[in-house]
Design a binder for this molecule. Sequence first.
Ligand SMILES: [Zn+2]
Length: 322
Amino acid sequence: MPIFDRRSFLRLGTAGLGAALLTNGAAARAPFLGTQVPAFHRFMIGSTEATVVSDGPLPLGKPAASFNGFAAGEITQLLQGNFLPTDDIVLEQNILVLNTGDKLIVFDTGVGTSTMFGPSPGKLPTTLVKAGIQPRDVDAIVLSHAHPDHCGGLVDADGRAVFPNAQVYISSADFNFWTDEAKLGSQLKPFIQIARRNLLHLRDRVVFYADGQEFLPGVQALAAPGHTVGHTMFMITSGSETFCYAADLAHHYVLLLENPRGEFVYDTDAKQAASTRARLLDMLAYDRIRLMGYHFPWPGVGHVVRHGEGFHYIAQPVKTVL
Ligand SMILES: [Zn+2]
């Protein structure tokens, strides 16, 4: 008979473990601390120093409110199979900061002061400083697109630039779409308002990148349309490595990777987003390119591999020493 059969394990989990803890009085009395370590993660891309900082999580609630295009029961099955809650989707917001030695570049800015997603996001100004990076030292803000969780952190509550010395890079397609006054009368109004508030204030600092252009040293734009008209990801090359900041190519690391044809309700053109996702994930898997997803589990750095009809995300182990 095995020493540790299922029944004895279950007993240990209740009576056995409880008794063990009670004999150790210190463990029982220590108060819960209720805090997490400062949310930043540092790694190298070639000879460029990269830091991921968190803007805090975005709670989206029930999956049916955010995802379409799945077979009946498929979402629950995928979530359960990955030990995730089936009734509460939470997306992270991982913000990439590159220090090339010459330039300090921040990719996307979180939700800023918007309360659209509740109190958990909007942490970028805090986490950036905790990571040792001062907003005034940032040379460039690169926006993948103009949704509130990406452009919302450009200006503070008083409308002042959070990054006073930075140029702002975005596609002209997204700038024009999301600052369009005519759309204030549509259901997109809350998104349009946030884009206008953040981008129009800084209009004289905005620089448009083009698909395929290396618009900053080692940073090349790669159009990934569908989520928005101008949604773009970035290929970052330093030394022998090319790294992909994939932005919102996939919002969920299980649902939209295992089923890349699934749809996210905030996509401007969900069908185009799905075909873009399938095509570019295939390229990233085939070329074994290390990538980062803005909404992937913290810190969002890893690889994708082909898996069945879709893909599988493999997180890169976090190093505790650089
Ligand atoms: Zn997003």
